[in-house]
Design a protein around this ligand. Structure first.
Ligand code: RIB
Ligand code: CA
Length: 315
């Protein structure tokens, strides 16, 4: 089957904190034949921005995609300093302590914020931005280039817990809670946003059978991924009593690329709590100029885990 030309594909910029579920999302994006992965910026979250970039370079090498530029974005959130990641969830190196073979190339000389802005200008009005880490890079890019709101055609964000409980505190989800100030800027910027919060990402799971299928099919990327999933499944077993993997980040990329569709969306404004014990909470409010409408995904009927596994088995 001939490949579709690059110009007919959906141009996507991926901002991430690679991360085990970020790796699932990266694999899904690479597997998607009608997506042009324009570039990747990293941010501190699951691990540091620099380690996330190294992980991303190494994973892209395993995927045979050394052509995708990777740029290191913000190390610290807008206020305060990087808190040290989530080694209990993603291992000490962000990829479940799996030792990936080192890529032969290095990161871009431009930082992640500059690289993102450059890509948005180069694909003006067309670029789809998918953010699956803390929103620091997006907030800095909006500050640097206010036109980003219109240069980018759509923003899909994995983050928040709108009507559900948080995962780093009772109120806050990790991507929002790790940089609440940035989240408030990005979620109230008045650009077209689809928000993919825990409300929906905790409703579909990859099971141990899928991990076994990835390992059985083999190949460098799938073998590494199956090893990484040991760590992630172990965390979910300890926290939730079931050896499964939540599908936070791949759900965002699958929605962005049209691989699955939202079956329920709520159009609300989103306020981000900055103070006290509710810091990082994403609060649904009546849309207004201060809180422009955001499309919040609350249900997906499509079989997300099956579609993801199908995609990963094609790599
Ligand atoms: O809360 C889940 C999110 O936090 C995911 O994006 C995960 O990779 C971490 O960044
Ligand atoms: Ca992530």
């Amino acid at each position: 089957m001939p490949k579709p030309p690059e110009s007919s594909k959906l141009p996507v910029w991926f901002d991430c904190d690679t991360g085990i579920d970020d790796t699932l999302a990266l694999g899904q994006l690479v597997a998607q034949p009608d997506t042009h992965l324009v570039g990747i910026s990293t941010v501190s979250g699951n691990t540091s921005a620099a380690q996330a970039a190294q992980n991303t370079l190494d994973l892209l090498a395993l995927l045979g995609r050394d052509d995708v530029p990777v740029a290191v974005g913000a190390h610290d959130p807008l206020v305060g300093v990087y808190a040290g990641g989530a080694p209990h969830v993603h291992g000490g190196n962000g990829v479940g302590d799996v030792e990936l073979p080192r890529a032969t190339r290095t990161v871009e000389s431009a930082n992640g914020v500059e690289a993102l802005i450059g890509a948005a200008r180069a694909h003006a009005g067309e670029l789809h931005l998918v953010a699956v880490g803390p929103l620091t890079n997006l907030a800095l890019a909006l500050r640097e280039e206010p036109e980003l709101r219109t240069l980018v055609s759509h923003v899909t964000i994995m983050g928040g817990a709108v009507w559900a409980l948080g995962n780093i505190t009772e109120h806050a989800e990790a991507n929002i809670g790790n940089d609440a100030e940035a989240a408030r800027i990005v979620l109230t910027a008045g650009w077209p946003i689809t928000l993919v919060p825990l409300d929906v990402t905790m409703t579909h799971f990859l099971e141990v059978e899928a991990q076994a299928a990835l390992a059985a099919r083999g190949g460098d990327f799938r073998t590494a991924l199956a090893g990484m999933l040991d760590c992630y499944l172990g965390f979910h077993e300890t926290r939730y009593g079931k050896r499964v993997s939540a599908l936070h980040d791949p759900m965002a990329t699958m929605l962005a690329t049209g691989t699955v569709k939202a079956s329920t969306l709520q159009s609300v404004g989103i306020d981000v709590a900055l103070e006290g014990e509710t810091r990082g909470r994403t609060v649904a409010v009546e849309p207004s100029p201060q809180h422009p409408a955001v499309a919040v995904v609350t249900a997906i009927e499509d079989p997300v885990a099956d579609r993801l596994l199908e995609a990963l088995l094609t790599l």
